[in-house]
Design a protein around this ligand. Structure first.
Ligand code: KIV
Length: 267
């Protein structure tokens, strides 16, 4: 498969080919993804929750992100690699936002993603001006769960709905190449998708977006908690657990190692 570029990614909006995106955080997973037809890998800051064991994403650092982006990039995947800007790496001022976005690109990502709506316009403009493609992220923005009052569906009130529409238009105007819409009502995501010229990527926002993204641990059945909007395609937790138990049984009963697993000296 040839490398998916930003232009290829954006073009899928007009050709109406659904965009597929999954998170990945390490080399072996990125190597497996490399041989699939997936369009894009997100090195998401969900890393903090599904890999590093934090209760939320606030503790994820630039150092964490850089280390995991490098691991994914070493697999040389043809997929477009998008990396999350971690909490407080882009909110303080536009100068540090551009510098941190640059560090993620130097680590191997092809684009960055940041959370927030119209208040992020200047930041998006500055990063795009530096030559770095930016993906927006609205709806449930997990880095703001404290202010939002938890991990909840956004858009219930008219005010929230109007704000989501405004945010999407302002972000497009600022130059984002695509927009993640997380955990909002299906009609709102549909309206936004119809209004924008850039592709929308849904998670927990229904089928009418231009693409879908999932946390790979949810898809593989590896998560401790899988949200209602995610689908597990396999139960790897059970498969791994069975394999470990079988190993324990084999060692205890002298069934491993077998002849092919060791060398005897020839006499
Ligand atoms: O960090 C992440 O995995 C994300 C997706 C849920 C969109 O931002």
């Amino acid at each position: 498969m040839k490398k998916v570029t930003i232009r290829d990614f954006i073009k899928k909006k007009s050709t109406k080919e659904k965009i597929t995106m999954l998170t990945a955080y390490d080399y072996p997973t990125a190597k497996i993804i490399s041989n699939t037809g997936l369009d894009s890998i997100l090195v998401g800051d969900s890393l903090g929750m599904v890999v590093l064991g934090y209760a939320n994403t606030l503790n994820v650092t630039m150092r964490d992100m850089i280390s995991h982006i490098r691991a994914v990039a070493r697999a040389n995947p043809p997929q477009l690699i998008v990396a999350d800007m971690p909490f407080l790496s882009y909110e303080i001022d536009t100068k540090s936002a551009v510098k941190n976005a640059g560090l993620l690109v130097k680590a191997g990502s092809d684009a960055i993603k940041l959370e927030g709506g119209e208040e992020m316009k200047d930041t998006v403009k500055a990063i795009v001006k530096a030559g770095i493609p930016v993906m927006g992220h609205i709806g449930l923005t997990p880095q703001r769960f404290l202010r939002l009052g938890g991990f909840r569906t956004i858009g219930k009130t008219k005010q929230e709905e109007d704000q989501l529409i405004k945010d999407s238009l302002e972000l497009e105007d600022a130059g984002v190449f695509s927009l993640v819409i997380e955990n909002t009502y299906v009609d709102i995501a549909k309206r936004i998708t119809e209004k924008l010229n850039i592709p929308t990527i849904c998670i927990g926002a229904g089928p009418y977006c231009d693409g879908q993204v999932l946390v790979i641990n949810d898809l593989l059945g590896l998560s401790e908690f899988t949200p209602y909007f995610a689908k597990s395609y396999v139960n790897l937790k059970e498969i791994i657990s069975n394999a470990i138990n079988q190993y324990i049984i084999d060692v205890k009963n002298n069934k491993f190692p077998e002849k092919q697993h060791y060398k005897e000296r020839e006499s």
